[in-house]
Design a protein around this ligand. Structure first.
Ligand code: ADP
Ligand code: ADP
Length: 226
């Protein structure tokens, strides 16, 4: 795990108004920060700069004490948890979680040990031989997180993970993510345009508007001082 520190981050596409305009956010080790704002406010761009999928025009991006501006995504040790979970339908839960370890050439015993530990934490140990198609949305989300956990990633990054779900499932998933995050205590950056998610999930909420950081506060502070 690690802290993430953004200092005066700017992103310009072409010569228009900056998509991200002088944003500074310090995320503590283990903290859950939500990036929220209307469509086009720059939240995906900011997330993609953290992950390394987008070049930073100016400013410093730090993970722990490493400056990562010029590091490729694979060298940043972060785990993106994708919207559609990107699970392999033909693989079991075990093999889905094991996937990054297999890619990295881990031994069978290391794979077994790490997948078993992660699936215990995520309460998936009863489901290891099932296929994603037979799982609930919440279970699938946990498999996706399991994949991130076995990699010992420094942080989780979510890009609108619940936006394709219906309202009821979204509510269930909110509680599930919140519960897991508290248990795991992994540094998390979570992008959403949904106010309810922003106000119920995170330790702190970063409100963006036209690329500018408008507010950075706990949900409680935002409620009492909107
Ligand atoms: P959000 O995730 O909040 O919807 P984005 O980060 O996707 O916002 O976009 C922020 C701004 O940057 C928008 O004005 C968008 O049109 C622009 N933008 C995003 N990606 C690109 C790109 N690849 N090329 C040019 N402009 C882009
Ligand atoms: P959307 O804007 O619809 O959410 P994106 O284009 O932002 O979708 O999807 C994320 C992109 O990140 C994908 O193209 C994926 O291939 C790429 N990607 C590659 N490696 C990583 C990584 N290690 N972490 C996060 N994203 C990655």
């Amino acid at each position: 795990m690690a802290s993430i520190s953004m200092k005066n981050i700017v992103k310009k596409y072409g010569d228009g108004f900056p998509a991200v305009n002088d944003v500074s956010i310090d995320i503590a080790d283990g903290e859950f920060v939500i990036l929220v704002g209307p469509s086009g406010c720059g939240k995906s761009t900011l997330l993609r700069m953290i992950v390394g999928l987008e070049d930073i025009t100016s400013g410093d991006m730090m993970i722990g004490d490493r400056k990562v501006n010029d590091l490729a995504p694979r060298d940043r040790n972060l785990a993106m948890v994708f919207q559609n979970y990107a699970l392999y339908p033909h693989l079991t839960v075990f093999e889905n979680i094991a996937f990054p370890l297999r890619l990295a050439g881990a031994s069978d015993s290391e794979v077994t040990e790490k997948v078993n530990a992660a699936s215990k934490t995520l309460e998936l140990d009863e489901h290891l031989q099932r296929k994603p198609g037979n799982l609930s949305g919440g279970q699938r989300q946990r498999v996706a997180m399991g994949r991130a956990i076995v990699r010992d990633a420094d942080a989780f990054l979510f890009d609108e993970p619940l936006s394709n779900l219906d309202a009821k499932l979204r509510g269930q998933m909110r509680s599930e993510i919140s519960r897991l995050q508290k248990r795991l205590g992994i540094t998390t950056v979570y992008v959403t345009h949904d106010q309810t998610e922003a106000m119920t999930l995170g330790d702190r909420v970063a409100v963006l508007k036209r690329g500018i950081l408008q507010q950075l506060a706990s949900p409680r502070q935002l409620y009492t001082n909107p």
